[in-house]
Design a protein. Structure first.
Length: 164
């Protein structure tokens, strides 16, 4: 059993959401670069950068809603399903749901960090969560995930904006 300083928990959650926000922004910069067939993001026009910012801001609002639903999602379906959905949305071709894959993966990475790797799992491999044989370890991790999800939910609006 380990002790968790609530300030570290908040700091980690805050940083995890900041990382998700940055990755959503990077995703849209890269998408616009690819669609314009430009070699690097550094030579995007101001108009293209503004378009990427606008799309990232819209996705951040949707991501805020997804984050606020995490405690309920994990309570209902469990971590293994969250990991499965994270993989599904990350691998989708649809730009409309890519933000969910980013948020779910960043959340699982954050969970792994705050749990100090006491339960061995790989954030982007749902099978590693399904294969945990120690029921106490899985339920403990699930409970920690619900608490982390509540902390993420608290910070969602200040970092990502009001949910859409």
């Amino acid at each position: 059993m380990f002790k968790l300083d609530i300030r570290d928990f908040s700091r980690s959650s805050y940083q995890g959401l900041e990382n998700a926000k940055q990755e959503i922004s990077n995703f849209w910069l890269e998408e616009i670069r690819r669609n314009a067939e430009i070699a690097t993001v550094n030579i995007l026009t101001n108009e293209q950068r503004l378009e990427a910012e606008k799309k990232a801001k819209a996705d951040n609002k949707k991501a805020s809603g997804a984050v606020q639903g995490l405690p309920s999602y994990i309570s209902t379906w469990g971590l293994h399903r969250l990991a499965g959905d994270g993989v599904k949305y990350n691998n989708t071709r649809s730009q409309a749901t890519k933000y969910k894959g980013i948020v779910y993966l960043k959340f699982l990475i954050n969970l792994q960090e705050v749990s100090h790797n006491q339960v061995n799992f790989t954030p982007n491999e749902p099978r590693t969560l399904i294969d945990i044989t120690d029921i106490h370890a899985y339920t403990g991790l699930n409970r920690l995930a619900i608490q982390l999800a509540k902390e993420w939910s608290f910070w969602a609006v200040p970092i990502l904006g009001e949910a859409e």
